[in-house]
Every structure is written in C-alpha cells, then in structure tokens.
Design a protein around this ligand. Structure first.
Ligand code: TRP
Length: 450
C-alpha cells in the first residue's frame, strides 16, 4: 500500500501548525498566563518552547521521517535486542493510547465550542429555548456534541493524508488566522482592553521563580506542540525526504508560539473589557478567572454588552475555537489510525471508523462520569504521560539512533548540515539536556514546597 505524503513544505507547515495551534493556545495559554502573572509566564513559556520543546519536536520529526511509519513500528525499527524492543513497543503503545485519550477529553471541550457557536446563531434568530439548551451544561448536550465533533474528525481522517489532513489544514488555517486577527483588532478598540494588554505583556519578575509557574509553562509547551504521543512523529513520516527538517520544525514552533501570544492579546484584553462592562473577572482569592468561567461567562458577558455587533463577534469567536480544535483533533486521531492501518493491516476507512467509534464510547463515559473522571484524564495524559513519553522519545533519538543515521536522515534536506550550528548543538542536547531538564522539572513538582 502506498503511504501518504504531504505535497509541499507549506502543506506540512500548515498541517503541523494546525495540530499545534488548538484550544491549548487560544484557551489554555491565556488562562495559564492570567493565573501565573501574565508577562512572567509568557517569558518562561517562550524560553521553554524554544529551548526544550523545539529540540524535542525535532527528535519526533526526525524519528518519524527515518522510520516512515507510526510510533510503534518506528521505535521497533530503530531498536535491537529484546529489552530495547519491548521498551520501544511499550513507549509506542502508550503513545497511541495517550493520543486516543487526549482526543476523548478534547472532543468534549471542542463540543462545547460547537454548541456555543450554534447557540450564538440561534440566539440571533430568536430561538431562545434552543440557545438556552446549547449553553447549559448537561450530559446529553455534552454527548451529542462530542460525538458530532469526533465524527467530523473521522470524516477528515478517513479521506487520507493529502485529501483529508492536507486539504482541510490548507482551508482552515487561513480562516483561523483571519478570525483571530479580526477579533484582536475589534477587542483592543473596546474600553478597558488596554489594561488587559498591559497585564499580559508586562512581566512581574517576582513570579518567575515560582515552581508552579515553571511546571505549568512546561506542560503548556508540550501540550501546545502536540509532543510525546507520536502526533509529530507521524506527521514527520509524511514529509518529503528532501525537506529541510530543522527549518520546518522551527517554523512550526514559531507559528505555534506566535498564535499563543496573539491569543493572549485577545483573551486577556477581552477579559478587562468585560470588567469595564461590569463583569466580575477575579476569583475569591484575588486571581484572574480562568478555565470555563473565562470562556463561557466573562467573554459572553462582553459579547452581550457590545449590542448588535456582539452576536457576530460571539459567532466569530466560537467558530475560531471550533476550527482550532478540529485541525488539532485530526492529528490526534491520525496516531491510532495510522497504527491500526500499518500494524493491523486494515483499510484507512475501517481503521478510522473503528477508532472513531471507540473514542466516541470512551468520551461518552468521561461525559457520564464527568466530575470524577474528566480532570483525572486531563492530568494523567497531559501532565504525566506527555512529558514522560517525550523524555523517552528524546532518549530513543539521542541514544539508540546511530549518530550517522541521524546525520544521513537530516542531510537529505540540508547537505551542509555538519557545518551549521544546529548539528553542533542539537544531537548532544537531545541526548542529555532535554531528558535531564524534563526529569528535573517533573521531580521538583513532587517536592513538598512546590
Ligand atoms: N496542540 C494542540 C493544542 O494546543 C492539541 C494537540 C493536538 C495535542 N495533538 C496533540 C496535544 C497531541 C497533545 C498531544 O490544543
């Protein structure tokens, strides 16, 4: 069977940025920045994104293009001996499971975004009852919309790499950027917004040493670049051999962090504009509100206060969120689907349906037991599994992939690689510094004073 391949560098950049740019950037990043001292968090995030997440991203892309297959088969192909092989398989399988579990909780949140988009539309059409149901938290609303969202994801993935992932990333990413820029301009013109912009951009350096801030920024950087679970590895396996990987990876990192910074310039000023209209934007402990209260209470209060234009702004905002979520979820579903196609030898259509239905079931269970399971799944997958699996991938790339193989792989797209800065720093970096830094940050989160 012929493997899929991205048709150009732009196609890869759009697909990989589509994966990277998601609810994590537009919701997670501004929320965490608001909780952790605004500009100080931004600085730490930028620092970790380029110094830790970018080298780890390069490890995944290189492994993927070298293996030209899913995470399990790739790790199997670079290992030798029983212990190494078992470790490789275990890491690969954990990646596939983690990616599927992330899709299951992500689809619930993405479903809320779709429900709010529809609610803003039905509201303008004066269908009050339906709008009310759409914005009210309920088991059935959650199940209906997460199912609809996974089904959409399934449709894209079943069409394959070029006709599904590539085409939809090319269509949706420009829309996303336009909506985001339009909303920023509009919100910054609202009274009160300027104060939010200051809070977001001016760092409070006293917060920089807070261990919680560092852990939070690390988790955010790994989640945002979709690391650890084989998403970037499988996208890397679809890049052409003559492509310059270090540059492609850098462009993805820049666009991902760029969108996160832009989203901060939208959400935090919007919060302060909402305050100007009378909304309460601080919690009882005096911190800025974050999480669902921010997106589903404070911002809608702002939209309502904007009069006629508010309805349109609300539709634009929730459409932006839904698009960002879709280009990310397709990359999550591709992980188990490519694994099923390549190791179980079934067709793409069958694999997409099987994994899609399975994810719908699991996400239904998470919705059903929301209060007890949801948070647990989020923490287990994003705060633990992702950094640990990413650590493993750095170790596989740094220690088990032969240095000459690494060099040959990267040289196909960069003939003069050996004379450049990247090759002088990155191999040792990914072998020693990345794993060490990840371990230090994880261990310190255990310590009693953190
Ligand atoms: N990076 C995306 C976001 O910021 C989410 C995402 C897509 C992801 N693929 C992933 C997260 C794989 C973890 C693993 O929303």
């Amino acid at each position: 069977m012929k493997r899929g391949q991205f048709s150009s560098r732009l196609a890869f950049i759009l697909a990989a940025s589509g994966s990277a740019v998601g609810l994590g950037n537009i919701w997670g990043f501004p929320s965490k920045a608001a909780e952790n001292g605004g500009g100080a968090f931004l600085l730490m995030y930028l620092f970790l994104a380029f110094l830790l997440a970018y080298p780890a991203l390069m490890a995944e892309l290189t492994l993927g293009r070298h293996g030209r297959s899913n995470m399990v088969s790739t790790l199997d192909s670079i290992t030798s001996g029983l212990v190494q092989k078992r470790l490789g398989q275990l890491t690969g399988i954990m990646g596939v499971i983690t990616a599927t579990m992330i899709l299951c909780f992500y689809s619930i949140i993405a479903g809320w975004m779709m429900a709010h988009t529809l609610a803003s539309i039905t509201q303008t059409l004066k269908m009050e009852k339906i709008a009310e149901w759409l914005v009210t938290f309920s088991l059935w609303r959650n199940i209906c919309f997460s199912t609809a969202f996974i089904s959409l994801t399934l449709l894209v993935i079943s069409a394959g790499v070029e006709k599904g992932i590539e085409i939809w990333s090319k269509r949706l990413m420009p829309c996303l950027l336009l909506l985001l820029l339009g909303l920023i301009v509009y919100v910054l013109l609202q009274p009160g917004a300027e104060e939010g912009l200051k809070i977001f951009l001016v760092p409070d350096f006293t917060q920089l040493a807070d261990p919680q801030l560092i852990l939070s920024a690390l988790g955010q950087a790994f989640f945002s670049l979709s690391l650890g679970v084989g998403t970037m590895l499988i996208y890397g396996s679809y890049i052409r051999s003559d492509e310059n990987l270090p540059v492609a990876g850098a462009l993805v990192t820049v666009s991902d962090t760029g969108v996160a910074v832009l989203a901060g310039m939208l959400i935090i000023p919007a919060l302060f504009a909402a305050q100007h209209l009378g909304a309460d934007i601080y919690t009882e402990t005096g911190r800025l509100i974050s999480g669902p209260d921010l997106i589903f209470h404070a911002l809608p209060a702002l939209f309502e206060g904007m009069g006629e234009a508010g309805a349109l702004v609300a539709i634009a905002f929730f459409t932006l969120m839904s698009i960002a979520a879709l280009t990310s979820s397709i990359s999550m579903l591709e992980v188990p689907v490519s694994w099923a196609i390549e190791t179980q030898k079934i067709s793409r259509l069958k694999a997409s349906i099987a994994v899609g239905v399975f994810s719908i079931l699991i996400s239904g269970i998470i919705s059903y037991k929301f209060t007890s399971i949801f948070e647990l799944v989020v923490v287990a997958t994003t705060e633990w599994a992702q950094p640990i699996l990413s650590l493993m991938l750095c170790l596989f790339c740094g220690w088990l992939m032969h240095r000459n193989h690494l060099l040959d792989e990267l040289k196909q797209g960069v003939p003069d690689l050996e004379s450049g800065l990247f090759w002088r720093i990155w191999p040792t970096y990914v072998k020693i510094f990345c794993p060490l830094l990840i371990v230090i940050i994880l261990v310190q989160s255990f310590l009693p004073f953190s």
